[in-house]
Design a protein around this ligand. Structure first.
Ligand code: IPE
Ligand code: IPE
Ligand code: MG
Length: 236
């Protein structure tokens, strides 16, 4: 099976999942967090090496204080206790996004989970929190500018080299999934998705289980990725 090396998921539809059941939006976020824990382990079982997930965008601060607080407290709880299985499975957890603007206790829990899992080698779970794709490019450009000021020679600077300036030096995204039915990117990993295959589903994230994930993998296997060239079959 041709398995994508790096899968990214825009985990959307938690609120609508809850509203449809007459529950508070927060309940959807709680169910979504359980789905994430199971999916991360399943993705590694399927031989995916890196799973990136969009947990909170820089623009999600536009939501009510109550919802933002609930989510921040949920992240702390996840990193402190719920990720035990993920750690035991040998998955390294990294967080992408701006720490500036986050509560101190959230930053402390981010540092703790990154530290706790840093020697894990089975795969990487990259959680995008207070994350924006344009912000990541800007922050990277600023780091690069500093290196240039310090004498870095950029005569032969290539697009691959810019990955070094992203929050974590992760590989390009092969498969991008968005749950919840919207057909947009919402400022997710813009630099990393330049040649990724897209998979959109109406399923709300809490319902996006292993079999739904496998459907996306199956679709990926049948895509003809050409990267600007001509498919192998026609190339002789
Ligand atoms: C995604 O679900 C999770 C976050 C953005 C934190 P939403 O909360 O956006 O759910 P919908 O789109 O309102 O259903
Ligand atoms: C994208 O979902 C962000 C996350 C999944 C964390 P949103 O619900 O914030 O995106 P829009 O507002 O529908 O574009
Ligand atoms: Mg949404």
């Amino acid at each position: 099976m041709n398995v994508p090396n790096h899968v990214a998921i825009i985990m959307d539809g938690n609120g609508r999942w809850a509203e449809k059941r007459g529950l508070a939006r927060s309940r959807g976020h709680l169910e979504g967090s359980k789905t994430l824990e199971k999916l991360a382990i399943h993705a590694m079982d399927m031989k995916v090496k890196v799973l990136s997930v969009y947990a909170f965008s820089t623009d999600n601060f536009k939501r009510s204080q109550e919802e933002v607080d609930y989510l921040m407290n949920l992240f702390i709880k996840m990193f402190q206790t719920k990720f035990d299985k993920i750690n035991k499975r040998g998955i390294r957890v990294v967080i992408s996004g701006r720490k500036r603007g986050l509560r101190e206790d959230v930053v402390a829990s981010i540092n703790a989970i990154e530290e706790k899992t840093k020697e894990n080698k089975e795969g990487i779970l990259n959680i995008c929190l207070n994350y924006g794709g344009q912000e990541e490019i800007i922050d990277g450009a600023i780091k690069l500018a500093k290196d240039i000021q310090n004498g870095l020679d950029i005569t032969n600077f290539k697009r691959e080299d810019f990955y070094h300036y992203m929050y974590h030096e992760l590989p390009p995204i092969d498969l991008l999934i968005r749950t919840g039915g919207e057909l947009r990117i919402s400022n997710f990993m813009l630099y990393e998705m330049s040649y990724s295959e897209f998979y959109f589903t109406n399923t709300y994230f809490p319902d996006f289980d292993k079999s739904e994930f496998n459907k996306a993998l199956f679709m990926f296997e049948n895509r003809d990725r050409r990267f600007g060239g001509i498919s192998d079959a026609k190339n002789n």
